[in-house]
Design a protein around this ligand. Structure first.
Ligand SMILES: C[S@@+](CC[C@H](N)C(=O)[O-])C[C@H]1O[C@@H](n2cnc3c(N)ncnc32)[C@H](O)[C@@H]1O
Length: 284
């Protein structure tokens, strides 16, 4: 990320979630706050022309993936709550709206939004601007994953390391160094049994077919020109092995086929995810 500037990609993916609410039926991820969080001007423009981001054939793949990863993370969070999870930590939260949808009775789940300080300051101003009230059991924890440990940031925010905790980390790992990703995952592996994480990651370019590689290069150029270049990529088999070595007892890796068959079957509109990213669910 560029110094002292909020994430540009955070607004972009929030626009995708908002466009999903307007364009796709049935919705894979239902977010009644998605339009509000993007700001009044962007919401009006999107309502006037919901296809304004459909500038390339890749746009619907991206929108589908952004919807699917939030759906998967929140489905897994729901299962975690039944297993006794009492803290939800949204890493690199961007304009995530979970906390503002009041999904759980007050006092049952403490939500922590962790993000780069510049993005978090910008989000808080946006929440204020669009009149979204902060729930009582939400804490903001500013952390730069490249220069601070998650442990320090959460400790300062009042995280209880003795409680079962669910983490989500959506649309973030590719923007970090591999070392920063691994250090964060090692910390999560030390959470109490029953804790877990859902995150998405990009497949190593060396594993892609030439056609996939061309799509990868086109998207990589776009994020690089926004000042947020992709840095970390993984081989699914090696990643599962590394997570096991860190202490995660159960891992589930969803590639495009699994994601499409789980969330995009039998759709009349043909909406589906592309092949560059996977979803990982790792449980301690
Ligand atoms: C593409 S956005 C995803 C936001 C959100 N998770 C979502 O899915 O809408 C990337 C997020 O990663 C965060 N991020 C990028 N580099 C970071 C860093 N070094 N430390 C903390 N957060 C970072 C950005 O601030 C931004 O919120």
């Amino acid at each position: 990320m560029k110094e002292n500037r909020p994430s540009v990609t955070a607004q972009r993916v929030a626009m995708q979630r908002a466009a999903h609410q307007l364009l796709d039926d049935p919705k894979v991820f239902d977010d009644p706050v998605a339009l509000r969080i993007i700001g009044k001007e962007s919401a009006s423009a999107l309502q006037a022309d919901p296809r304004q981001y459909e500038t390339t054939p890749l746009a619907s793949y991206l929108r589908a993936f952004v919807a699917a990863r939030s759906r998967y993370a929140e489905d897994e969070l729901g299962l975690g709550i039944r297993r006794g999870v009492r803290q939800y930590i949204i890493l690199g939260a961007g304009l995530d709206t979970f906390a503002y949808r009041k999904p759980c009775p007050e006092g049952t789940l403490h939500v922590f939004e962790v993000d780069h300080p510049s993005t978090q300051t910008w989000k808080r101003a946006r929440l204020d601007e669009v009149g979204l009230t902060l729930p009582g059991d939400l804490t903001f924890a500013p952390v730069d994953f490249e220069t601070q440990t998650l442990e320090e940031g959460l400790r300062d925010a009042g995280y209880d390391p003795g409680k079962r905790t669910f983490f989500s980390w959506l649309g973030v790992t590719e923007y970090l160094t591999t070392e920063a990703v691994m250090a964060t995952l090692r910390f999560i592996a030390s959470a109490p049994k029953g804790s877990g994480i859902v995150f998405d990651y990009m497949i190593s370019p060396s594993l892609l077919t030439p056609a996939q590689r061309a799509r990868f290069d086109a998207l990589a150029r776009r994020v690089e020109s926004a000042g947020e270049p992709w840095q970390a990529f993984f081989d699914p088999g090696l990643l599962a092995r590394d997570l096991g070595a860190m202490g995660f007892e159960h891992t589930e890796d969803l590639g495009p086929e699994e994601i499409n068959s789980r969330y995009f079957q039998d759709r009349k509109d043909g909406l589906r995810v592309g092949s560059l990213s996977h979803l990982m669910n790792a449980r301690v």
